[in-house]
Design a protein around this ligand. Structure first.
Ligand code: HEM
Length: 428
């Protein structure tokens, strides 16, 4: 059996645009992807023919066989060079992984994310403020401030792309925004994947080059802030990687969480009335409320994961269990696709999987609850930090009067491929 070893560059431009369009449409219409996932769960041998797995047990199995199914599948979409997520295990992988853990330990969440959420909410609550952009006016900044300690004292230099004294302090918001746009498109290419049209890939590549150039100028301050004596090449690889991997994915996940919540008015109203009952200050300090919001964030992410699919390279011939009677053959040089979205709704692993149930008892499947962050050894090292940041962001939004998508002029949500560029909200 031959699995997909498909070469995107061999696609005709028309076929590429069409398949990319279908891919983006499926990303936005996640219920259709869920329905496809349900079919492949039901007939796993069909998925196996195309190198796809959908059952929770099969997805977990592939994700834990890190030698047979390699993360290098990401490498082709990393337009600013190599980084941890696309590497095979080895000394560079281990050193970079230690560094990311050390940098994450410097974060001060939820304190920083709470503080920025409160500051932005205060602005958005000013009399006369009737509309705002969830991404541009809120989430971008909450995540940015939470992530600043990743670069320690060098954050100003990173954002300004300059090591001069003027860049050491706080950099103005215009430059901060420019930096966030640059990293957005670099990360966007990872989401868009091999199907992205060549125009999009070109834009991502030029943003990737700009990011590399900016970091190249400031590896000195970054090395000093990190207290490491690594070569500037190692510092550059990690700084570039940390920049694009940390911010945009978290911002997008926040927008998806809010989109899902607004589609569930009853749940939204229940949370809002709990927030109202607690009042302005206790809403931030009440541990039970924070726990409830955190559980909601996770459940909302289950319904709208930013990575509904994950891919793996197959370095050498092997087989994988799909749940069918016989294993699927995986020829070396091919790829496999994992439908995380289908695994997250697999009724054999998740009780009442189709129901929105933030307080579900996951029992022995607790690890599966976090599949939106990957699974096993290669799971996202920032998982809990990211959930804490999104919890702060959601608490802030729950303190505002009722929100709805601003459907007046034009569309409330503007997409760029699978990315949401803006999400206009109306305060009612
Ligand atoms: C809501 C936000 C986030 C989501 C949904 C998310 C999701 C993921 C997923 C699904 C993977 C695994 C990919 C795979 O197995 O192929 C991953 C890996 C990774 N994530 Fe995140 N992530 C988020 C935020 C962050 C942040 C804030 C950082 C900051 C440092 C980060 C750093 C990484 C790194 C370094 C890896 C690679 C780990 C490895 O391969 O060993 N992520 N993330």
């Amino acid at each position: 059996m031959k699995l997909s070893t498909y070469e995107p560059d061999a696609l005709q431009p028309g076929a590429r645009s069409l398949s990319y369009g279908v891919f983006c449409w499926l990303n936005r219409h996640i219920t259709v992807l869920r329905a496809l996932g349900a079919l492949l769960r039901r007939w796993p041998s069909v998925g196996g023919l195309f190198g796809m797995v959908a059952r929770a047990s099969a997805v977990k199995d592939v994700l834990t066989r890190t030698r047979s199914f390699s993360n290098t599948a990401h490498a082709a979409n990393m337009v600013s060079g190599d980084y941890l997520i696309g590497m095979d295990p080895g000394p560079t992988y281990s050193a970079d992984r230690d560094l990311v853990h050390a940098r994450l330990a410097a974060l001060d969440v939820p304190a920083d994310s709470d503080a920025e959420a409160q500051r932005r909410i205060k602005d958005l609550s000013k009399p006369g403020a009737a509309e705002f952009d969830l991404i541009d006016d809120y989430l971008m900044w909450v995540v940015f401030h939470a992530m600043r300690p990743l670069f320690g004292d060098a954050i100003g230099a990173v954002v300004a792309g300059s090591a001069t004294n003027a860049a050491q302090g706080d950099v103005d918001e215009g430059l901060q925004r420019q930096y966030m746009l640059e990293i957005r498109y670099v990360a966007g290419q990872l989401l868009a994947g091999n199907l992205a049209t060549l125009d999009l890939r070109r834009r991502a590549e030029s943003c990737g080059d700009a990011l590399q150039a900016r970091i190249d100028r400031v590896t000195g301050p970054i090395g000093a802030a990190w207290g490491v004596k690594s070569s500037s090449e190692d510092i550059e690889r990690n700084a570039v990687g940390l920049a694009w991997i940390s911010h945009p994915v978290t911002v997008q996940s926040g927008a998806l969480v809010m989109q899902e919540l607004l589609g569930r008015q009853k749940v939204y109203e229940q949370l809002r009335s709990r927030a109202r009952a607690l009042g302005e200050s206790r809403v931030w300090t009440d541990p039970d409320f924070r726990k409830a919001v955190r559980n909601h964030v996770l459940e909302l992410m289950r319904f709208r994961p930013i990575f509904p699919l994950l891919a793996r390279d197959v370095p050498r011939d092997t087989e994988m269990e799909t749940g069918a009677r016989s294993n699927a053959g995986c020829p070396g040089g091919g790829k496999v696709s994992l439908l995380s979205i289908a695994a997250l709704f697999d009724p054999s692993a998740v009780p009442q999987s189709g129901r929105f149930c933030p307080n579900r008892d996951w029992g022995s499947e607790d690890a599966l609850r976090y599949l939106m962050f990957g699974y096993g050894y290669r799971q996202c090292p920032a998982r809990d930090y990211a959930v804490d940041i999104l919890t702060s962001a959601l608490i802030g939004l729950l303190t505002l009067p009722r929100l709805q998508l601003a459907r007046g002029e034009g569309k409330a949500i503007a997409y760029d491929g699978p990315l949401m560029l803006c999400m206009r909200m109306r305060i009612t």
